[in-house]
Ligand binder design. Structure first.
Ligand SMILES: Nc1ncnc2c1ncn2[C@@H]1O[C@H](COP(=O)(O)OP(=O)(O)O)[C@@H](O)[C@H]1O
Ligand SMILES: [Mg+2]
Length: 268
């Protein structure tokens, strides 16, 4: 088991101009941990610091205060133990699907034959066994996101960091991809930290939902959920969404996010 942990993490971006005063706090005293086998979903309105939080976990940003650690050791930057998937898949258009997936292995000096075997396994895992030789331009949006997720899994990361990975997909593809993501994640045994705008998505995928309040970003709630476990055990999305508990939690989260936004607007 591994654990990715935030300890009293605060973040300010550097001032744009010298002498323009202290820039605002974007995140304030975040304490949060993600264990392997856990699926944490962070939800909050736009500008609440979700992407900043994920970039900190990835090691692309350094906290202004506090520290971020994997198994107790403070992270010093990006690492193969943490893989990132963004909304825009950022695949290499000049490579086919298989070579995109194998690319991180190439960077790590894995032999060509071993790279190919691993990439084929991952193509199979993400349901693209027949699409490995296709160019990226020949893939649909959903297929591209699967290639992006397979590429993130190529280096067997302990943590998957996903910033609105399904945000650019149409509603039907998105719903399909939610089930797919849950499945792939449960096979990977990684810890997941996923950011979304969608309350449905948060409730369906998470083992814990974290609500971030804006200005500065703070943890406003940390809620355990069991719907993802039900989905993995074979329940249908429709069954789950029709349950009184799902509706209650959906309403509760909606009210919480609205009330937080109203408060910050009133204070502004
Ligand atoms: N590179 C940056 N430099 C300065 N400010 C930034 C930068 N990136 C984000 N911000 C600010 O930090 C706040 C949080 O942004 P972000 O983490 O992108 O939020 P979210 O992902 O929840 O929409 C916003 O006020 C945004 O304007
Ligand atoms: Mg964002």
């Amino acid at each position: 088991m591994s654990i990715l942990s935030f300890h009293d993490v605060s973040l300010r971006y550097p001032a744009r101009q010298a002498g323009s005063g202290q820039p605002p706090l974007v995140l304030e005293r975040i304490n949060l941990s993600v264990e392997t086998g856990e699926f944490i979903v962070v939800i909050g309105r736009s500008g609440s610091g979700k992407t900043s939080l994920l970039n900190l976990a990835a090691g692309f940003l350094t906290p202004s205060n506090g520290r971020i650690a994997v198994d107790g050791a403070t992270i010093a930057g990006p690492g193969a133990d943490r893989a990132v998937v963004f909304q825009d898949d950022a695949l290499y258009p000049w490579l086919d699907a298989r070579d995109n997936i194998a690319f991180p292995l190439k960077l790590r000096g894995v032999r060509e034959k071993d790279r190919r075997v691993r990439a084929e396994e991952l193509l199979e895992l993400v349901g693209l066994a027949d699409a490995g030789r296709r160019r990226i331009s020949e893939l649909s949006g959903g297929m591209r996101q699967r290639v992006g997720i397979a590429r993130a899994l190529a280096s067997d990361p302990r943590f998957l960091l996903l910033d609105e990975p399904l945000g650019a997909l149409d509603a039907l593809t998105r719903a399909k991809m939610q089930g797919f993501l849950l499945d792939v994640w449960s096979k990977s045994r990684a810890g997941a930290l996923l950011i979304t705008h969608s309350i449905d998505e948060a409730l369906l995928l998470a083992s814990r939902v974290i609500v971030l309040s804006p200005n500065p970003g703070r943890l406003a709630a940390d809620i355990e959920t069991g719907f993802a476990a039900e989905l993995l055990a074979g329940a249908s999305v429709n069954q789950i969404k029709a349950s009184p508990l799902f509706k209650r939690m959906h309403d509760g989260l909606t009210n919480l996010i609205h009330s937080i936004s109203d408060e910050t607007e009133a204070a502004a």
